[in-house]
Design a protein around this ligand. Structure first.
Ligand code: PEP
Ligand code: MN
Length: 354
């Protein structure tokens, strides 16, 4: 922790800060210039409240060197977390990236869901997504089929072998959803619903945590910390776009740089959702490619058997035919990335021409 004192502050103010930190066991390195004094305090920062310290007379600024999240941080956990599922699918580290696809909402037409799931399996996807409890901006929009949707998802899993990912919105539903899902999603709107984070922290299923609509990466990692410090360390992060000033052509601004930033500061897996990230189906393929090249551990996309008539998010859903083409290109890209060396091989290298 670094404490910067006001220029020319009285010696007694400096002594007061030093003494209070020494009393808490901090080792002090004092850098006293002619005008400015900077105090470096080495010790357990949990023993002081930086805001209270910042209010002491003569203190200009308190800077924390260590990140406030511990369990999610690379500082405390240098190797990558790899989340493994019952069927052997792995997410994280240098494992092959995964694809999660399915409709925004699970709808009444089970055959439509099964069509998507069957093609998804055929094209190498590992997860079927679909909302049963929908966080809709308007209370008049489709709210989801609730448990009936979970039954449909489980039935589609039985028929295809895909793993199921679906969202929980209320802590009282966690146990019920955990009975059906392989991966429990916390949606963007609930990233800072701390009671819900605590509840999934206590459940025995991995959690897919989506970045909040206007959250910083630090807040995102602190939300993951809430889940982890309650006992569940199997957390997968998902960048899904953030609110910025520019909504002229897209719903959100997809922050691809969050992928390498999170890989640098955290050991947790990070995937990208270009459907919610952009709101436009034509952007799913280019943004998925960008995400994979940037080091994402997977991509989540919305796919619907009849997007024009979808109950939610049709404009950002691929049709089955469009999905086939996108999946073909993404699988080709995934096959070309050398994950150990993090290098994308060119066609020529692959053909041994260079
Ligand atoms: C979803 O994935 O169904 C969803 C609602 O996404 P988000 O929470 O990112 O808006
Ligand atoms: Mn959606």
């Amino acid at each position: 922790m670094i404490i910067i004192m006001e220029p020319g502050t009285a010696q007694e103010n400096i002594d007061r800060v030093v003494k209070s930190l020494e009393n808490k066991g901090f080792k002090i390195v004092l850098n006293q210039g002619e005008v400015m004094t900077v105090i470096a305090a080495i010790g357990d920062k949990r023993l002081v409240d930086p805001h209270a310290l910042g209010c002491l007379e003569g203190v200009r600024k308190v800077k924390l060197i260590q990140e406030p999240y511990k369990l999610a941080s690379r500082e405390s956990h240098t190797h990558d977390t790899v989340v493994e599922f019952d069927n052997g699918v792995k997410i994280g580290g240098y494992e092959k990236p995964v694809l999660m696809v399915g409709p925004c909402s699970v709808e009444k037409d089970f055959d439509g869901l099964l069509q998507v799931a069957t093609v998804a399996k055929e094209y190498g996807c590992q997860f079927l997504r679909g909302g049963a409890f929908k966080p809709r901006t308007s209370p008049y929009d489709f709210q989801g089929l609730e448990e009936k949707a979970l039954i449909y998802l489980a039935r589609a899993r039985e028929k295809t072998g895909l793993l199921v990912v679906t969202e929980v919105m209320d802590s009282s539903d966690v146990d019920m959803i955990a009975n059906y899902a392989d991966l429990i999603q916390i949606g963007a709107r609930n990233m800072q619903n701390f009671k819900l984070l605590k509840a999934v922290g206590k459940c025995n299923k991995p959690v897919l945590l989506k970045r909040g609509l206007a959250s910083t990466i630090r807040e995102f990692l602190l939300a993951a910390e809430h889940i982890m410090c309650n006992g569940n360390e199997r957390v997968i992060l998902c960048e899904r776009g953030i609110r910025t000033f520019d909504d002229s052509f897209t719903r959100n601004t997809l922050d691809i740089s969050a992928v390498p930033v999170i890989r640098k500061y955290s050991h947790l897996p990070i995937i990208v959702d270009p459907s919610h990230g952009t709101g436009r189906r034509y952007l799913i393929e280019p943004m998925s490619k960008a995400a994979l090249i940037a080091g994402a551990h997977g991509v989540m996309m919305e796919v619907h058997h009849d997007p024009e008539n979808a109950s939610s998010d049709g404009a950002q859903s691929l049709s089955i035919e469009q999905f086939k083409s996108v999946a073909k290109h993404l699988n080709k890209l995934i096959g070309r990335i050398d994950y150990d060396n993090k290098i994308v091989k060119s066609e020529m290298e692959l053909n041994n021409k260079v």
